[in-house]
Design a binder for this molecule. Sequence first.
Ligand code: SAH
Length: 215
Amino acid sequence: MEDTYRHKGLRRKLMEEVRGKGISDAAVLAAIDKIPRHFFMDLAFLEFAYQDKAFPIGAGQTISQPFTVAFQTQLLQVSKGMKVLEIGTGSGYQTAVLLECGCRVYSIERQKALYDKTRAFLPQMGYQPNLYYGDGYKGQPAFAPFDRVLVTCGAPFIPPALIEQIKPGGRLVIPVGEGEVQVMTLITKALDGSVKEDTFGEFRFVPMLGEREWK
Ligand code: SAH
């Protein structure tokens, strides 16, 4: 696969579109401009890679819409050197955005086929995240606490383990809701360990599944 001038032009337009929808974080916009999203997609959808839409990536999952990726990352307020836990590696596109922002990323995926595919693919792109096959509801206690935690699937509730694994002064961004629609939720943990919840509108994600629902 190639990254042509045409792709680069389409990507620039996508970045402008995302900016026009209200994203102002320079590092996030630069990441969208830089990452060849078409490499992260199934062949059948290649020509749509630079539309601001979600698309299937196999195993019944989707690559999130670029605006959603940008919105969540901006809300997370990441900066260079931060340790970030991501739940739902999927295609690895969001992982790549976090890495481009200078974060150290720990990402968990519960679908073995996607985990295997993305674990082989990201290093080919020059990315070196820490990827795990496992249950995002449990987080990654061995490497906790994290400066930031990001959930990229729709959670029926906020998993207590994820709140525990936020560093004091840290943030968790998670879409919460059991139906088709979730409310983007930001949990901030103060230095004294107390947590505060704010919401940021409705989004649509594939569901965060528990162990019993795994296929
Ligand atoms: N960040 C991804 C989004 C993929 S969609 C991207 O940019 O492409 C959400 C992903 O969450 C899916 O791959 C799905 O398999 C995964 N997921 C769902 N429930 C999970 C759980 N309990 N633990 C870890 N991953 C989960």
